[in-house]
Write a protein that binds this ligand. Sequence first.
Ligand code: H2U
Ligand code: ZN
Length: 342
Amino acid sequence: MSSLELSKHPHRRFNPLSREWVLVSPHRTQRPWQGQVEDKPAETPLPYDPKCYLCPGNERAGGITNPAYTETFVFDNDYAALKPDTPAANLNESDLLIAQSEAGRCRVVCFSPRHDLTIAQMSVPELRRVVDTWVDEYVTLGNHPSINAVQIFENRGAMMGASNPHPHGQIWATETIPNELQKELTALAEYEQQHRSNLLSDYLALELEKQERVVCTNEHFVVVVPFWAVWPFETLLLSRRQVTAIDELSDDERTGLADILRQITSRYDQLFQVSFPYTMGFHQRPTDRAAHPSFQLHAHFYPPLLRSATVKKFMVGYEMLAMPQRDITAEMAAEWLRLLSP
Ligand code: H2U
Ligand code: ZN
């Protein structure tokens, strides 16, 4: 058997975090890269929109008025998917119809009072305030006895279902540990038992040594296109020091996180000369009473775009029925993102 050439041969790659495989078909992209730029002019939103429900001083659905906030602003989602006062109840019929009540809380975080900014356009001190807000929310929500997991995320762009261009994210805090976090918890704990080291720290060391998939770095954080990426320009943001959640970051590391968020999002915006859509979010230690020493804070960016500002990757057909597939390799995607200036 000849050796596997990752840039030529169809192959599958293993994601040790989710323990799922992705099919890679690099032979379909032998043609040279031609970054296609849409000539559609981007709409430029105004710094304040009187119709925006997130702008300072405006009224939201349900009649609540936002304060005239000047930095970040957090409120309970008016259409929360989870409610704190949900009564505990279970259903199990023949081990086939299984349901459980789920208590929780949903928050909306306005990153800035400015309607027209994105993370890529905000300054490091402004983003540092967003990081501080995330830390406060993670700690406060997590301290509640019925909250065992806090999911911080951002849906950016209409293509990803964001309802409004005003820079904002969401936080959903739940009683149970959600699927994706549970997969990672198990994988990290089992890896640590087997190898006596941390899965993501070992992975980061490998990526730093190889320098094939690294996109950008600073003193405290590194962004890579993970070896097992599914989305064409998916990235993984890793903290250099092993911390289980954002509440363990030092003052310097919090600023480092603000800086790396700006670096990766501004690279994304340059890729197709468009305000880049994505879903991003942090995976962190559950806030139950356990310590979870083998967990490591990280963030995933999942952008839907494939090869231009409008051509999106669809997860259909083989991907829905069998397994995810990609053409451009993680190495190519990392190179294109790395070559752009921050
Ligand atoms: P998305 O753009 O990611 O959907 O987030 C906006 C959230 O804001 C959404 O979950 C909430 C929606 O429920 N929202 C309010 O809480 N109040 C409003 O007045 C409108 C939207
Ligand atoms: Zn607004």
